[in-house]
Design a protein around this ligand. Structure first.
Ligand code: ZN
Length: 419
């Protein structure tokens, strides 16, 4: 038996699914209460969702007064999301369930500076292997990249560490190969989203994620949504001006940017000519001819006399900038992530102490400062969550809900998302 459906109906249907999916209303009576819809209509729509495999009946929920009712469960295993994270020197790929649970992932070292085509081919090869291993195909694809992204078009804009990617549409490349809608965002925005949803402790407060790695960036999740600003450039704090020291020319061309002074590449530039002051770094340099940010982090963790103080100074300078951001945006949580996590406890402690010293009393009153908790997977988890968020948007879900799957409707979904 099928019921004729109108756009109004599918909108309502989508809303019911989202209420169950997000845990806001998980029984038929609660859905009636939440939506103001009649019992018959709710029962009908719920049955339809069960028939297409998106919901299922679970155990009995205790109720106040009336008869107990079945708890509904969103079947997060009904579909899969493919997610990728393209950093300057590495690529991560993952398959996730529809609630953001990561079920398989892989990781490869790769220089994104080699250009978009070969890089995306590597990521696609990783997706291919994961698809065969998990026997899945994507309902949607989320991609994070280490550079500024114009979120509406999915194109990179002038990324300093990914030359050759300027104006490139990662979305089009994947849309040509997959019948799935594709969303692209800056990697640090997605790390923030991943930690906000799946990190621990997790208390739903506004979260400011700080990436301290080769470069430096920030991502803010406010009210459960990534704050992207007008054009998608929000959070690009690596190029905040912090000094007039003539030695601090940045790779963006400006003088005195935060990451030129405190980012991993800035430390490499500063410490390489002084490597003779450090037994560890001079041995590294003699063996390989260059130093990396990881070398410096590892040396700092081992108590190196050159790298140790340099990493502490970096944490302090970043902490000073972050204190300004906290004073401005008043997040509940600041998360410290990236390769700097491997530089030892002292780096994190200096970061937290500097923020606490510099924030106003009200902004600091309930502020938590913690380390990233998803073992360097928060970015790829966030990329999956971005795709899920868009697939289940109130104006998207109606485009596929009647069929129980978005497969075959990618172009409508992508068009709706752009509008
Ligand atoms: Zn700069």
């Amino acid at each position: 038996m099928s019921t004729p459906t109108s756009p109004q109906d599918t909108f309502v249907h989508g809303r019911l699914i989202n209420l169950v999916r997000t845990g806001q209303a998980v029984t038929r009576p609660l859905l009636e209460q939440e939506t103001g819809l009649g019992r018959k209509l709710v029962a009908q729509r719920v049955q339809q969702s069960i028939d297409v495999g998106l919901l299922e009946d679970g155990d009995l929920a205790p109720s106040e007064g009336g008869r107990p009712s079945r708890r509904l469960r969103f079947r997060s295993e009904a579909g899969h999301i493919f997610a990728g994270l393209i950093g300057a020197a590495e690529i991560t790929a993952a398959v996730l369930l529809l609630d953001g649970t990561l079920i398989a992932s892989s990781h490869e070292e790769w220089a994104a500076a080699d250009g978009p085509e070969p890089t995306l081919a590597v990521l696609d090869g990783m997706f291919d292997k994961l698809a065969r291993k998990t026997r899945t195909e994507p309902w949607a694809i989320g991609i994070g990249v280490a550079g500024p992204v114009d979120f509406t078009t999915g194109r990179l804009v002038d990324p300093p560490i990914m030359p050759g990617w300027d104006g490139y549409s990662v979305r089009s490349w994947f849309r040509d190969r997959y019948d799935a809608p594709v969303w692209v965002d800056n990697d640090v925005n997605l790390m923030a989203l991943g930690e906000w949803h799946r990190g621990s402790p997790n208390d739903g407060r506004d979260l400011l994620y700080i990436l301290l790695d080769t470069g430096i960036g920030a991502g803010l999740v406010a009210g459960g949504r990534v704050f992207r600003g007008d054009t998608g450039a929000a959070g690009d704090i690596g190029h905040v001006h912090v000094t007039d020291d003539p030695a601090s020319v940045c790779r963006c061309g400006q003088l005195g940017c935060l990451e030129a002074v405190a980012g991993g590449w800035g430390l490499v530039r500063e410490l390489t000519p002084r490597a003779s002051e450090s037994p560890l770094l001079s041995a590294r340099l003699a063996a390989r001819g260059t130093l990396t940010p990881e070398d410096i982090g590892r040396a700092a963790a081992a108590g190196d006399p050159l790298a140790g103080p340099a990493v502490l100074r970096s944490s302090r300078v970043v902490g000073e900038t972050v204190a300004n951001l906290v004073n401005f945006a008043n997040p509940g949580v600041v998360v410290f992530g990236g390769g700097a996590l491997r530089a030892g406890d002292a780096a994190f402690e200096m970061f937290e102490a500097t923020i606490r010293r510099r924030v106003t009393r009200l902004a600091g009153r309930q502020l938590s400062v913690r380390r990233a908790s998803l073992d360097f997977r928060e970015g790829v988890v966030g990329a999956g969550l971005l795709a899920i968020e868009n697939l289940f948007r109130p104006d998207s879900i109606g485009l596929w809900i009647e069929h129980g799957t978005p497969i075959g409707r990618a172009s409508y979904l992508q068009r709706a998302a752009a509008g």
